[in-house]
Write a new protein. Structure first.
Length: 675
């Protein structure tokens, strides 16, 4: 998924000589040029239902008409209505797509662009149990061709682009709903495919973009100029080290011209948002990291993306200590246990640890079969499969067995990279017990059309065949188009020092972590930040849950969701949530299998919830809670943008908790957000 952005702002030469005494809007005065990036982009195949909205390229191909089986068209959507995004009166708007090295080229490839008014193609029906979050060949709406947008591919200074003037279309949508949706197709038959970079697969000028020239008032133009100056300064600073970053990068939070600056790394394992660099181990390849920057000055927001190459460490000759395969006991904080005793009368079932078989161990080097080793120790009644340093390539689901411990040489030394369908690690057993995954990084491939899940365990029956006793420790799970981790009908789950980030690219129902019909969960020291489209964590019909020392930062919409029947005894302790685009804590009462049916029944909403020593800050909304019963908020801080708590027939107990906005109480469901 793409994020909206602006790259460059340039004052026209004439503007520099304008009389500055007026200070108001100057028609024909201050001219700025702004580059916008898509909020979402995709391509379609013929009239098929194939969803490609997370692919890292956009393909345009005429294979015998727009609806021919192999014909493809590209779709891009821009946010154009917000004055901070595209200020002033629009003078000119130009769509630019840049080809990849694989693209066919030539002036005989003639493309065209059309506009369509249905701007909700990325979420046609998000509340269905099987939502249509897609625009495909079968669902694409009709478009109106834009006059003058027909043009061939053109090459200049080694870069080939398609450029189309869309000024009138942008002006119309700016006065409308504020979103400009465009389709690009190939007028030339013959099967010569033009392939362009998508927003999620590129950086800088390679990204799809809308270059907008507009006239604005003096004050806004000054803000733009100062923000652009700060953007240019950080761009130069990053560029000096971008190809060989062996030290921390200068990623400040303030610019010299007074702008505020925020950063968003696409790989915090190697580059944190504060510029901290961690080089890959000597057994791993160099890391290539995209990092987004946002420059804010007044009402102006400028964005760009850089690529940074972080070389791996040089070999020291020293052997890294072997990771202990035994599960390390997780200490539950004493305050948590005291509150469970005093608030819930100790009515709580704690996790049971996996029963490991540690004597039988099989080592697996890169290039060797992990599945063969799992089968070997599984047949022996359990054991340890020890993965060596380096990158282990996996192209089919790893099928685990009872009492198997899968351990690497550490998150920064062993990587399992998955390029297959469905899920990377799971089981075909109806009931799996006593499994440990520890000391490694499990990663998918961004843009992979299979959009698999990272770890997936689903017991066959919620009563007679639940998976049991599964531990994930010292583990990173990232870059999966589906869920990062999804378990259902499973009991006794332990996650300790787990990082699950950058998952859920397919659509908003895929999350970093998703627990469904699970009991007895202990999450400690977890980072579930930056899901691509979904949530950081979702708790549906879960019971006996402790989350301690956890964080979720930067979500597109809601950060945490809790809902469903038997969703009870949930304890959030030192759980910090910030940067949610919608709601930090979304606790609702709709039925899971039919979320479109509103249900005034507390049986379908969370019950007996404690939030303690947590910071819910800088989110659009702190919480939306619908008919949640017996919820206690203790020793916490709420400091959010629009509201701190919106409460539908919910009456929490507060103690030693601060709010920026007074909690708001409602009795009509139409007064609270629907999603």
């Amino acid at each position: 998924m793409a994020v909206v952005g602006l790259m460059a702002v340039v004052l026209s030469p004439a503007a520099a000589n304008d009389d500055e005494s007026g200070g108001g809007a100057a028609v024909g005065g201050r001219t700025v040029e702004t580059t916008l990036f898509p909020v979402i982009d995709t391509d379609t195949v013929g009239t098929t239902n194939q969803d490609r909205s997370w692919a890292d390229t956009l393909t345009v191909n005429n294979a015998g008409g727009l609806d021919a089986p192999d014909s493809m068209a590209a779709f891009v959507q821009f946010k154009v209505g917000d004055g901070a995004v595209a200020p002033g009166a629009v003078v000119k708007a130009r769509l630019v797509l840049t080809t990849t090295p694989r693209s066919a080229e030539g002036k005989d490839i003639k493309l065209a662009t059309g506009m369509f008014t249905n701007d909700y193609w990325n979420a046609l029906n998000p509340r269905r149990a099987d939502p249509s979050f897609i625009l495909t060949g079968a669902t694409k709406p009709a478009v109106t061709a834009i006059e003058g947008a027909e043009a061939p591919l053109a090459t200049r200074r080694g870069t080939t682009t398609y450029q189309a003037e869309v000024t009138a279309a942008m002006a119309a949508e700016r006065e409308g709903d504020g979103f400009l949706s465009l389709r690009v197709w190939n007028e030339t038959a013959g099967g010569r495919a033009a392939e362009f970079y998508s927003d999620s697969g590129a950086y800088g000028d390679l990204r799809p973009r809308l270059v907008v020239t507009s006239r604005t008032d003096l004050s806004t133009a000054r803000d733009h100029a100062e923000a652009a100056s700060d953007l240019a300064a950080v761009s130069r600073a990053i560029a000096r080290r971008a190809d060989h970053a062996v030290e921390d990068l200068p990623m400040p939070d303030r610019g010299r011209r007074g702008s505020s600056i925020s950063w968003w790394s696409w790989d915090e394992q190697h580059l944190r948002d504060d510029g901290t660099v961690t080089r890959p181990a000597d057994s791993l390849p160099d890391a290539t990291v995209f990092v987004d920057v946002t420059i804010a000055k007044g009402e102006v927001r400028l964005k760009d993306r850089f690529r940074v190459v972080i070389p791996h460490e040089t070999r020291s000759g020293e052997e890294a200590p072997e990771v202990d395969a035994a599960v390390r006991p997780v200490k539950i904080e004493g305050e948590v246990l005291d509150l469970i005793a005093s608030k819930w009368d100790d009515d709580f079932t704690h996790v049971t640890y996996p029963r490991q078989a540690l004597d039988h161990q099989v080592a697996v080097s890169t290039g060797e079969s992990i599945q063969a080793a799992v089968n070997q120790v599984g047949a022996a009644g359990g054991g340890v499969v020890r993965l060596g340093e380096g990158v282990h390539e996996l192209d089919a689901p790893l099928d685990l067995r009872d009492r198997v411990t899968l351990v690497g040489a550490g998150q920064g030394r062993t990587v399992v990279r998955y390029s297959g369908p469905d899920y990377a690690i799971g089981t075909t057993d109806k009931q799996l017990t006593d499994v440990v995954i520890k000391g490694m990084t499990l990663e998918g491939i961004r843009g992979d059309l299979d959009a698999p899940t990272g770890i997936y365990f689903a017991g066959a029956d919620p009563v007679s065949a639940r998976h049991q006793r599964i531990a994930l420790q010292d583990l990173t799970v990232q870059n999966f188009g589906g869920h990062g981790i999804h378990m259902k009908r499973t009991s006794d789950i332990i996650t300790d020092r787990l990082t699950s980030m950058y998952n859920g690219e397919r659509h908003s129902l895929f999350h970093n972590v998703y627990w469904l019909f699970d009991n007895n969960i202990l999450q400690s020291d977890a980072d579930m930040s930056k899901p691509i489209r979904g949530k950081g964590a979702k708790y549906t019909s879960t019971a006996n849950v402790i989350v301690q020392r956890a964080e979720i930062r930067h979500t597109t919409r809601n950060a945490v969701q809790a809902d469903g029947s038997d969703d009870e005894r949930i304890f959030f302790h030192r759980f910090d949530i910030s940067g949610a685009g919608a709601t930090a804590l979304w606790m609702i009462c709709e039925i899971f299998h039919n979320p479109g049916q509103y249900t005034e029944d507390p049986a379908y909403s969370p019950r007996r919830v404690i939030i303690n020593r947590s910071n819910i800050v800088n989110n659009k909304r702190g919480g939306v809670w619908k008919i949640v019963t017996d919820v206690q908020v203790l020793n916490s801080r709420f400091d959010n943008i629009d509201s701190d708590l919106m409460l539908l027939k919910t009456h929490p107990v507060y103690r030693n908790t601060t709010f920026t906005h007074v909690p708001e109480h409602y009795t009509d469901r139409y007064d609270v957000p629907d999603l």
